[in-house]
Design a protein around this ligand. Structure first.
Ligand SMILES: [Zn+2]
Length: 402
């Protein structure tokens, strides 16, 4: 089925996009023997291949990210962006340049014409104009950067109007305070943009995001808005009120392995994943050698076995507590123990309450902080939880309207 971007931007939203960072897992990974059977893009799976329906409504693909890998660049060229992501033709894909990737450059490394050709050749549905981030309100070059963003937007829509591709041009809005964001949005609407994407909000506090979006909304009352990087549940009330059409964020995914304790999300909170780092592998036990390494390895397999048994109700919490305490003793400094969090996770058994396909098939393994196959699966679970929040938000506002 082909996708009609014109129709899509007339829908209500708010739609949840995930930025593509090549987040793949081995679908056949054996947790018991720790065996990875499948390596590489061809054989590994994206979240949308393990979870149906997909745990997001669309994907954001940044040129800067794609260009980090020759293989990915080639794939997009050969298969189109949807072939490279292995999504159906009717699954929305938004392209941008990934301004965070060239934040330290004087000017963006891409011209509007290059980026226009890239979106067309890749079969994107939406393409964002070439913008330049303003790192802070005090940044000395802020006026210059805003000028670049606005000039690029003007050039981009000129090419788009002339060439008439099937994809929709999205105007990138930047600024350093509410007024500058509002002015930028007003100019872009005047140029003829029918979809705007507001950038530079990732490090902005919620209150400030509200003010900026409100100002952009005033300047562009009728245009669907995308907000880059701020799919935060704390801002959900803002989305329908200000007509936010789409948002993206990878933070739910990434907290799975980058968060200190909030690694596994639920509808109303989070849990700490149980860390079992590999002795000798990457991580805190990487420097072990000799007898220290072999005794740590023995303890490691005991911990993993016991966790698996606990998941199957074949072990008790006190055995596990002693083992985890002993294992933490190998690498955790005094006062930094996460044991309390681990015990809460284990006692509450959140993997049993979750309806997502990851928890259903991987069970307690989803809660073990260890290696890509467990950590990314937990990230997929978090993304699914966030998607449920989007679905609930859309239903709530649809009901209020009726
Ligand atoms: Zn789950």
């Amino acid at each position: 089925m082909s996708f009609n971007p014109e129709q899509f931007i007339k829908t209500r939203g708010p739609w949840h996009f995930i930025p593509d960072w090549d987040d793949l897992v081995d679908p056949d990974f054996d947790f018991k023997t720790e065996t990875q059977y499948n390596k590489g893009w061809e054989k590994q799976s994206y979240a949308h291949e393990l979870i149906s329906p997909p745990p997001y409504d669309g994907i954001l693909v940044s040129k800067v990210v794609e260009e980090k890998s020759v293989a990915r660049r080639k794939r997009i060229r050969a298969l189109g962006v949807k072939g490279a992501l292995r999504v159906p033709q009717d699954f929305p894909v938004l392209g941008d340049c990934g301004a965070f990737g060239y934040i330290d450059e004087k000017i963006p490394p891409y011209s509007s014409a290059d980026v226009f050709d890239y979106y067309t050749a890749g079969g994107f549905d939406f393409g964002v104009s070439v913008d330049h981030l303003i790192p802070s309100p005090e940044f000395s070059d802020r006026e210059f950067r805003l000028k670049i963003t606005i000039e690029n937007a003007a050039e981009f829509i000129k090419i788009h109007t002339r060439e008439k591709p099937r994809w929709i041009a999205v105007g990138a809005v930047q600024g350093w305070n509410t007024e500058s964001y509002g002015e930028c949005a007003a100019k872009l609407v005047k140029m003829g943009y029918t979809y705007l994407a507001v950038g530079g909000l990732v490090r902005t506090k919620n209150d400030e995001v509200r003010k900026i979006v409100s100002e952009v909304r005033k300047a562009a009352p009728l245009v669907p808005l995308h907000l880059f990087g701020v799919a935060r549940p704390q801002l959900f009330d803002l989305f329908p009120d200000y007509g936010v059409f789409s948002v993206d964020s990878a933070s739910a995914l990434r907290r799975a392995w980058m968060g200190s304790t909030d690694n596994y999300h639920t509808s109303d909170g989070s849990y700490c994943a149980v860390r079992v780092p590999s002795p000798g592998g990457r991580g805190p036990l990487k420097n072990l050698a000799g007898s220290e390494l072999s005794s740590a390895t023995k303890l490691e397999s005991k911990v993993l076995d016991e966790l698996m048994k606990y998941g199957e109700y074949k072990s008790d919490i006190s055995t596990l507590e002693n083992l985890l305490e002993e294992y933490e003793g190998l690498y955790v400094q005094k006062g930094k123990s996460r044991l309390e969090g681990y015990l809460k996770t284990l006692k509450d058994r959140p993997w049993e309450k979750c309806m997502c396909p990851i928890c259903k098939s991987s069970g307690i393994q989803t809660l073990i902080f260890r290696g890509n196959n467990r950590n990314r699966r937990r990230g997929f679970h978090n993304t699914w939880v966030l998607q449920q929040k989007f679905i609930a938000m859309r239903e709530k506002y649809a009901n209020q309207e009726n």
